[in-house]
Design a protein around this ligand. Structure first.
Ligand code: GSH
Length: 202
């Protein structure tokens, strides 16, 4: 299998951490792809018309996207414990947390494009502020949920690592640790886990 990804992409990181957690890293070749919301990559578009990464190319030629679908697929192949509860309220809660983290990542990636891609004359502060509010609201929710995580490292926690790591990577001025010191302590502890260390954004 080939994973179209890059090391700065938080959605790719979600898949890369899960692959490592499920013992599948050795079966996946990571292929670095540069993406831009304003330039068309025709190769990538052939695999994913949304021209977004990550994309998982299966050995039979099928291309899978987006990150959550790829995680579900890898989950079906992997060895070791599930990263999502298989049934009941715990499953819906974990899927909701996955959606929360994905939404926070989408907002963060859009904020990043706002400064890295959009010409200064076309920027709209109120719009960026709106995206940042979504991230801030999500952080407060994660800080509440974190109290029940104990030693679990599943889909919710993988999502949280990707969000917090991306904030540190692209928005180092965002002092989220001041507001959520207990979540910050958890992030610092989990940062020494192999799958997390091996996928630090670059
Ligand atoms: N919902 C998608 C989002 C993926 C996404 O936004 N990827 C970014 C990189 S982190 C991308 O490819 N951006 C290029 C673009 O949007 O054109 C997922 O979960 O995989």
């Amino acid at each position: 299998m080939k994973l179209l990804m890059n090391k700065g992409s938080p959605f790719s990181r979600k898949v890369r951490i899960l692959a490592r957690e499920r013992g599948l890293a050795g079966r996946i070749t990571e292929v670095i792809v540069k993406v831009s919301p304003v330039e068309v990559d025709t190769d990538l578009a052939r695999s994913n018309p949304l021209t977004q990464i990550p994309v998982l190319l299966l050995d039979d030629g099928m291309a899978l996207y987006d990150s959550s679908v790829i995680c579900d697929y890898l989950e079906s192949l992997g060895v070791g414990g599930d990263t999502l509860p298989t049934s009941g309220p715990a499953r819906w809660s974990a899927l909701r947390s996955q959606a929360l983290c994905d939404g926070m990542l989408s907002a963060a990636v859009l904020c990043r494009y706002e400064t890295a891609v959009r010409p200064a004359a076309l920027r709209w502060d109120a719009w960026t502020d709106g995206q940042r509010r979504k991230i801030a609201g999500g952080l407060s929710e994660l800080a509440l949920q974190f109290e029940g995580w104990q030693d679990t490292f599943g889909r919710t926690q993988i999502g949280a690592v990707c969000v917090l790591g991306y904030l540190d990577f692209r928005f180092p001025e965002w002092a989220w640790r001041d507001e959520h010191p207990r979540l910050a302590r958890w992030f610092s502890q989990i940062s020494s886990r192999a799958s997390v260390m091996e996928t630090v954004p670059a």
